[in-house]
Design a binder for this molecule. Structure first.
Ligand SMILES: *Cc1c(COP(=O)(O)O)cnc(C)c1O
Length: 380
């Protein structure tokens, strides 16, 4: 029987060492609850790191998007624009609020929301009298969208922006952290993200009043009273004090993780330099990516297809993934509008068809990366 070679993950949790001491402290003080000192400190420390005035630690990034929409008063029948090339968590909360998503295509320069497609969508909305209540801009795979162009358009129409920075914690745009550029920013600490609490999220904003309100909604909207009094609908969306302890430890190694992710990207870039059919996801010079996932595309003229690469890696016990399937192509969202950057087809669809997310696990050693490089290079 063939010995199974060492498993290499796409992106797995990578503890730094200090997480357990925060968790221990929570146990010793019996703060085993959905609030407590770790929650308060994690919020403060994350807000300081990104340069936001306030933050609310929540049970998921999805929950953070949900409450950001609610804070912007998005309700039944309202329209919300969202990047199409993303994970479904970006737009599911639009439906939770009984609002209507409209999907916007990507461009080839950034892979993120295309300002040209966004402009088309805004003009169309103006004609139809349904200007969106919010635009959700995703910073895909750790790289910021070209925010100034998007913001300029949104300002023209008076539309606030929610940044889905679930994948881009620590990445910057013109010197500012992603997540702090729009009205609200959200981060995710799911197990596969650049830092993790096993599961969790954070909402940040300079609007401290809104963040206070979000914390109220997230703890079942309990009014000030001896008995349980509720004048508003509540949610159970707070982060546990145990998990916030993991987050505090993880935040200490975020910069190290970004450095390693960057080395992983550069390793692939160097390894595939001479293979004309492979292109790495472009890196934009307006900011610093956090390189959460290293993603490549295969030329449409290549005999090697993305599936061939994924299967070859899988055979050697190595994880890889297609690029996100765009939301406008998802059966659950097929009835909603989509604005493409192209006359025919779309850029997001093309990237989905030609893309492969390569292993980007920060626990990889050089030997692991060489194994991957050789398997991929061997196909071309
Ligand atoms: C992971 C992710 C989310 C959701 O975060 P959860 O914490 O898993 O709810 C949202 N948007 C994007 C783009 C993501 O990658």
């Amino acid at each position: 029987m063939k010995r199974m070679s060492k498993k290499i993950f796409l992106a797995s949790p990578h503890m730094g060492g200090e997480e357990l001491s925060f968790v221990h402290e929570a146990f010793e003080t019996n703060w085993v609850a959905p609030l407590g000192p770790n929650v308060d400190n994690f919020e403060q420390e994350l807000a300081n790191y990104v340069g936001a005035k306030s933050a609310a630690a929540l049970s998921s990034g999805t929950g953070a998007i949900h409450l950001a929409l609610k804070a912007l008063n998005v309700g039944e029948g309202d329209v919300v624009f969202c990047s199409s090339l993303t994970f479904s968590a970006s737009c599911n909360p639009i439906i939770y609020q009984n609002a209507i998503p409209v999907f916007i295509d990507s461009d080839y320069e950034t892979w993120n929301m295309c300002p040209v497609a966004l402009e088309k969508a805004l003009e169309d909305a103006k004609v139809n009298g349904n200007i969106p209540k919010a635009v959700i801009v995703v910073h895909l795979y750790g790289q910021s969208a070209d925010f100034d162009k998007i913001q300029k358009l949104c300002n023209q129409y008076g539309v606030p922006i929610i940044e889905d920075a679930a994948e881009s914690l620590g990445a910057t745009y013109k010197g500012k952290q992603t997540g702090t550029l729009g009205e609200f920013g959200i981060y995710s600490f799911n197990g596969n993200k650049i830092i993790t609490t096993s599961g969790g999220g954070m909402l940040v904003s300079d609007n401290e009043e809104s963040i206070q309100k979000v914390k109220f909604w997230a703890t079942q909207s309990r009014d000030q009273a001896r008995h349980y009094e509720h004048t508003e609908l509540g949610f159970n969306y707070r982060m546990s004090n145990i998990l916030a302890g993991i987050g505090r430890g993880q935040l200490k190694v975020l910069n190290q993780r970004i450095q390693k992710k960057k080395r992983i990207y550069e390793n692939y870039q160097e390894a595939f330099r001479d293979i004309e059919e492979i292109e790495m996801m472009p890196i934009c010079n307006y900011g610093e990516s956090n390189y959460w996932l290293s993603v490549m595309t295969v030329s449409p003229h290549s005999n090697v297809k993305p599936l061939d690469i994924m299967l070859a890696l899988e055979k050697e016990n190595i994880e890889s993934r297609p690029v996100w399937k765009p939301m406008h192509l998802q059966p659950v969202y097929k009835e909603y509008k989509f604005f493409s950057s192209l006359e025919e087809g779309s850029i997001s669809e093309d990237l989905f068809e030609r893309g492969v997310c390569l292993p980007s696990d920060t626990k990889m050693i050089e030997e692991d990366m060489n194994r991957i490089n050789n398997i991929v290079k061997g196909l071309f």
